[in-house]
Design a protein around this ligand. Structure first.
Ligand code: FAD
Length: 380
């Protein structure tokens, strides 16, 4: 006979583990043999993202404390300044997820791949590859980019999402890295709706990658040669951490029906500009659990859609930013070099922007980008 729970959470990533921390009469299923493995992530997370979950940064899972996000434009000029306070972290995601799992109230069952689900007599039936069957009133689809919950229960969402491939390696470098700075490289000619990155993990290790639509193997080779090798000497690839980042315009998607919730990457909640998704995954996992506890599951979709990270303006801003000409990015680099975007709010910043003809011609776009950034920055 099928085992019955109030809730079945499919996926033990950040979204599922946070939901499982709040729900007692629940089962978390994951196809993984071990929590946290394999890692398919740059492991960057903001200080605010942890604060929103009430998680105190813990040295046991922090690889590097970050004080600066450096955004390099095609001409080599970099936006971003060094902050006195920690802005975020590069974490050890395997250890972080194991840490989250310690406080999960729900039962966790690993090595259990869900292969089918159906809704019958007001109950969800979840079938695992090993033949086990589970039943529940609620299911939380926390099963990441290729979510079976999305494909089975919300098939209409599939065509409304962009799946951005992200190639990433954990590498060991010959020369030392800057352990306090996350480096991002924009080039709208080379990368389609994406960018390249270096996230330091230690003095001589880093996650380096590119997320971009289409085939970018040539661009990745160039990045390894012209940026990594040139600045950090010879390197060894320690691990392939590549994956896919699903991005949806949430305002057009259904994410709750008949007791089934989509959270995190399964819902397509990753940031359409920087593609990070851990914060939104944890927040949506928490909100889904709260809706169940409050016996008000129907409110989930509206609550998520009201979150700044689900604002359709964010998707529009992503389109706007990645369609800017490289010449515009270069001019942004000139005016905002070593400064934060908030520089535009100062008298000098506003004046320098208005006196730059290329930027002046695009001023409406920058205002949209700036307002969206200000509204969402604390949630992603
Ligand atoms: C290369 C790369 C770099 C990234 N860098 C960053 C970054 O620096 N910062 C950031 O915030 N985000 C980053 N992201 C995005 C981030 O990793 C995701 O947004 C985040 O993991 C989403 O969490 P989640 O819990 O929704 O899904 P996931 O972490 O994907 O967890 C889903 C879980 O579901 C399980 N599962 C899937 N299918 C089934 C099934 N059928 N049955 C049972 N279990 C199943 C999986 O095993 C997995 O454990 C990156 C992504 C990639 C690919």
């Amino acid at each position: 006979m099928a085992q019955e729970y109030q809730t079945i959470i499919i996926g033990a990533g950040p979204a599922g583990l946070i939901a499982g921390r709040h729900l007692k009469n629940a089962l978390v299923l994951d196809k993984k043999k071990e929590i946290g493995k394999p890692v398919q992530c740059g492991e960057g997370i903001s200080r605010n993202a942890l604060k929103l979950q009430g998680i105190k940064p813990d040295d046991s899972w922090i690889s590097c404390k970050i004080y600066k996000t450096e955004r390099t434009m095609p001409n080599g000029k970099a936006i971003g300044k060094f902050h006195k306070e920690t802005m975020g972290y590069v974490i050890d995601r395997e250890k972080f997820e194991k840490y989250l799992a310690r406080d999960v109230k729900a039962e966790i069952k690993l090595d259990t791949k869900v292969i089918n689900l159906k809704f019958e007599n007001n109950l969800w039936e979840v079938v695992a590859e090993n033949g086990e069957v589970f039943k529940a009133k609620y299911i939380i689809g926390a099963d990441g980019p290729s979510s079976i919950v999305r494909r089975k229960a919300f098939p209409e969402n599939q065509n409304k999402m962009k799946f951005v491939p992200a190639v990433e390696y954990l590498i060991k470098t010959e020369k030392e890295l800057d352990m306090k700075t996350i480096k991002i490289y924009f080039d709208n000619k080379k990368y389609n709706h994406g960018y390249a990155w270096i996230f330091p993990k230690s003095k001589n290790t880093a996650n380096v990658g590119i997320g971009s639509i289409g085939n970018f193997s040539k661009e990745f080779d160039e990045f390894l040669k012209n940026v990594i090798k040139k600045n950090y000497g010879n390197y060894n690839i320690l691990e392939n951490r590549s994956g896919t980042i699903p991005v949806a315009n949430i305002s057009q998607c259904e994410i709750y029906k008949d007791g089934a919730f989509l959270v995190g990457d399964a819902a397509g909640l990753a940031d359409p500009i920087f593609k990070g998704g851990m914060s939104q995954a944890m927040t949506s996992g928490k909100i889904a659990a709260e809706c169940i506890l409050e016996n008000n599951p129907d409110s989930y979709e509206a609550k998520i859609k009201a979150m700044p990270f689900a604002d359709k303006k964010l998707s529009e801003a992503g389109e706007l930013f990645y369609n800017l000409d490289n010449k515009v990015l270069d001019e942004l680099g000139e005016v905002f070099e070593n400064k934060e975007l908030s520089y535009i709010q100062t008298f000098h910043g506003a004046l320098k922007t208005l006196l730059n003809l290329v930027l002046l011609r695009n001023i409406k776009k920058f205002l949209v980008l700036f307002l969206v950034w200000r509204r969402t920055k604390d949630y992603i």
